[in-house]
Design a protein around this ligand. Structure first.
Ligand code: FDA
Length: 405
């Protein structure tokens, strides 16, 4: 333990989910910790997360099979940290603080009241660990120096020193609430490798002309199966899809966007629970309704009208449509294949995929190959699915680093 006002055992840069949690744990383990953040307000992403209620973890997370819910160049990297700090551990902390929560969908846990409850909880944990928290405080430069205190950090409030330096500055998504490439620059400064960052959990967009027939559907949501990739790379999600003015969103699309790469097609089954080919042939034999009306029994009317309107062969009573045209319509509904022109980018992305290359980090401690320098949370090339997985990574990686210092 050190005692000068400018000297600390550990400096954590970034008071978001990972940084706040790591600082609290390290402080309670007896380390003298300084937590710095350049933002006006603490933990803005927790504040806006989960629609203001914070989807703080997921009960379905299986630390033994991290590739099921996490992606990155090495999806096994997060296994060690996730096994040593589990959703159950974080739930116990939430219960200790008396925060009421509920399960919404597929193991996703949300606060009953507000994300603020979780921010207050993390601040209280920092308080219990005697963490010194300076915010807003900008970092101007970082240096590795000789001696026990291996790092010097120049800030707009003076120079501070420490044995351990933890980078918890997150990814590039939502720059308007303080996201920066700071962590990536620090990684480069110390010769660590990077995996090219890209927006993930993000709405996908389409060229204006190609999208014109569908833009009238903006606001419409329905459950679908969505997939991208071929063979071993193929990923499928069963979730809700939302039409927007510029393209597609909703949980189905956010999930698939993390796996989608430029130029690749996505395939959507708009009626995943129905054998639509058989239904249309049955209708042909038994009904005189228009094709659009038959479809409207299965999907929202606006969607039925938009699909049937795409081909004159489908704009007639179903008994007058040819088998071939009905088979083509069934294929168009169950295997709608389209190539996004891009995504809504970091402005709308919930997370950043890619980041500090895990080959240069210890999976046990999150320490980099530069001794005493740690990277935790979203700045690392570990990206979780939608549904509380990214916060669980923030907690688990912060815990692993705190235990190691
Ligand atoms: P985080 O982004 O939380 O914190 C980084 C901190 O570093 C910020 O406080 C920032 O100000 C600071 N910083 C950046 N640059 C700096 C610099 N140069 N100097 C000093 N400080 C700097 N996940 C989930 O599991 N459940 C959910 O419900 C949601 N919901 C959600 C909604 C929305 C709209 C978004 C954008 C994201 C989510 N997420 C989510 C994702 C989740 O918020 C995200 O993965 C974690 O907050 C990442 O935690 P970190 O601590 O790594 O970064």
């Amino acid at each position: 333990m050190t005692d000068s006002a400018d000297s600390f055992d550990t400096i954590v840069i970034g008071a978001g989910a990972a940084g706040l949690f790591c600082a609290g744990v390290a402080g309670q383990l007896g380390l003298h910790v300084l937590l710095l953040d350049h933002g006006e307000r603490v933990a803005e992403k927790i504040r806006i997360s989960g629609g203001g209620r914070c989807n703080f973890t997921n009960r379905e997370l299986d630390p033994r099979a991290p590739h099921r819910h996490f992606l990155g160049e090495n999806p096994q990297f997060c296994r060690s940290a996730l096994s040593r700090y589990t959703p159950q551990d974080f739930i116990a902390l939430v219960q200790k603080h008396g925060i009421a929560f509920h399960e919404k969908h597929k193991g996703q846990l949300f606060g009953d009241r507000s994300s603020e409850d979780f921010i207050r909880m993390l601040q209280a944990e920092c308080g219990a660990g005697g963490v010194v928290h300076r915010q807003p405080c900008s970092v101007k430069a970082i240096r590795a120096v000789e001696g026990v205190e291996r790092y010097e950090v120049d800030t707009d409030q003076g120079t501070v020193r420490s044995r351990h330096l933890v980078i918890a500055t997150g990814g590039l998504s939502i720059p308007k609430i303080g996201a920066t490439d700071f962590g990536y620059r620090v990684a480069k400064q110390f010769g660590l490798r990077m995996v090219e960052p890209r927006p993930a959990l993000v709405p996908l967009t389409f060229d204006g002309d190609a999208w014109a027939p569908y833009s009238q559907l903006a606001g419409l949501a329905l459950p679908v199966a969505i997939e991208t990739g071929e063979k071993k790379q193929r990923m499928v999600f069963h979730e809700d899809l939302l039409f927007t003015h510029r393209g597609l969103s909703g949980p189905a699309v956010l999930q698939i966007s993390s796996y989608w790469r430029d130029g690749q097609p996505i395939r959507v089954d708009l009626m995943p629970d129905v054998d639509i080919g058989a239904r249309l042939l049955h209708a042909k034999a038994t009904s005189r309704k228009r094709v659009a009306n038959e479809l409207a029994a299965l999907v929202p009317t606006r969607l039925a009208d938009a699909w049937a309107g795409q081909d004159p062969a489908w704009q007639r009573p179903v008994n007058e449509a040819s088998d071939k045209s009905l088979a083509a319509l069934a294929d168009r509904l169950s295997n709608w294949t389209l190539v996004p022109s891009g995504s809504e980018g970091y402005r709308k992305a919930e997370v950043t995929a890619g980041g500090v290359d895990t080959r240069d980090l210890s999976s046990q401690t999150l320490e980099s190959k530069q001794p005493g320098l740690y990277f935790i949370g979203e700045v690392v090339d570990v990206t979780g699915w939608l549904g509380g997985y990214n916060f669980q990574w923030a907690w688990a990686s912060g815990y692993a680093a705190a235990q190691a210092m």
